[in-house]
Design a protein around this ligand. Structure first.
Ligand SMILES: CC(C)(COP(=O)(O)OP(=O)(O)OC[C@H]1O[C@@H](n2cnc3c(N)ncnc32)[C@H](O)[C@@H]1OP(=O)(O)O)[C@@H](O)C(=O)NCCC(=O)NCCS
Length: 197
C-alpha cells in the first residue's frame, strides 16, 4: 500500500522538494533557527547543534525500509533551500502535513506550492485517504494555505502543543482523497521518485 519512495523528488509550479542532506545545515538554520518562524511551530528555535541532530535524524529516517515520513527540503531556482515540508504518516492511510519557509522568502507562494505538491504526492503516490494539518489560531498565513488547498476545518485541539514556554491550541484542518480529486488539483504535479518495492 505504502510504497516507500527514496530518494523522493517532487516538482511543483514554483518550488522543488527533495531529500535533505547533511550539508543543508546552514540553510536549515535560517528556518528552524529563527524565532520568527518557530514561534508558529510546535518546537522552539533550535541551536546549530540541535539542528545538526535534527538533520541526522531526518536523513537517517528517510532511508528506512518502512518510511514513516516524507520530510523534504523546499528549494527554489538552482537548489536554494528556502524551507521544509513534511508528511508524517500516521494511522491507516493518513498523514499529518507541516511546512515552514525562511522569513526572507515569505509571501511568494512557496509554502502553498510546496504543500499542494506534497499533498498531491500523498494522495496519488502514497495512496493516502486523509491528510490533516494543525496550526495555531493566530497563524493567518497557514490558515490561508489550508483554505487554498481545499482543506476543511474540523475543530480546535485544546492545548495541542507546548511551545515557546506555554500550551497552545491548534486548529485542525483536513482533506480527503475524494475531495482532493474533485478540486482538479490532482494531475497537475509531476513527481519523481524511486519506489523501494
Ligand atoms: C506559514 C508559512 C509557511 C507561509 O509561507 P509563505 O511561503 O509565505 O506562504 P505563501 O506565500 O504560500 O502564502 C500563503 C498565504 O499566507 C499569506 N501570508 C504570507 N505571509 C504572511 C504573513 N507574514 N502574514 C499574514 N499572511 C501572510 C499569503 O498572502 C497567502 O495568503 P493568500 O492565499 O490569502 O494570499 C510561513 O509564514 C512560515 O514559515 N511561518 C512559520 C512556520 C509556520 O507557521 N508553519 C506552518 C505551521 S502549521
Amino acid at each position: 500500500m505504502n510504497r516507500a519512495m527514496y530518494p523522493c523528488q517532487l516538482v511543483g509550479a514554483q518550488v522543488a522538494l527533495r531529500e535533505f542532506r547533511l550539508n543543508d545545515l546552514d540553510a536549515v538554520m535560517t528556518v528552524v533557527g529563527d524565532d520568527r518562524v518557530t514561534t508558529s511551530l510546535s518546537f522552539d528555535t533550535r541551536t546549530r547543534e540541535q539542528t545538526t541532530a535534527m538533520l541526522d535524524g531526518i536523513v537517517g529516517r528517510a532511508k528506512k525500509e518502512l518510511r514513516t515520513e516524507y520530510y523534504l527540503a523546499v528549494t527554489i531556482m538552482d537548489d536554494v533551500l528556502v524551507g521544509f515540508a513534511r508528511l508524517g504518516l500516521d494511522g491507516v492511510q493518513a498523514a499529518k502535513l507541516g511546512y515552514a519557509i525562511a522569513a526572507e522568502h515569505w509571501g511568494y507562494g512557496y509554502a502553498t506550492d510546496a504543500a499542494r505538491t506534497l499533498v498531491d504526492f500523498g494522495f496519488r503516490e502514497l495512496k493516502l485517504h486523509r491528510i490533516s494539518a494543525a496550526m495555531g489560531p493566530d497563524n493567518t498565513a497557514s490558515i490561508a494555505i489550508a483554505h487554498r488547498l481545499g482543506m476543511i476545518y474540523e475543530g480546535c485541539i485544546r492545548d495541542h502543543v507546548y511551545t515557546n514556554g506555554g500550551w497552545r491550541n491548534s486548529l485542525l484542518y483536513s482533506v480527503l482523497v475524494e475531495e482532493w480529486a474533485a478540486t482538479g488539483t490532482a494531475g497537475r504535479r509531476a513527481s519523481r521518485g524511486v519506489p523501494r518495492d
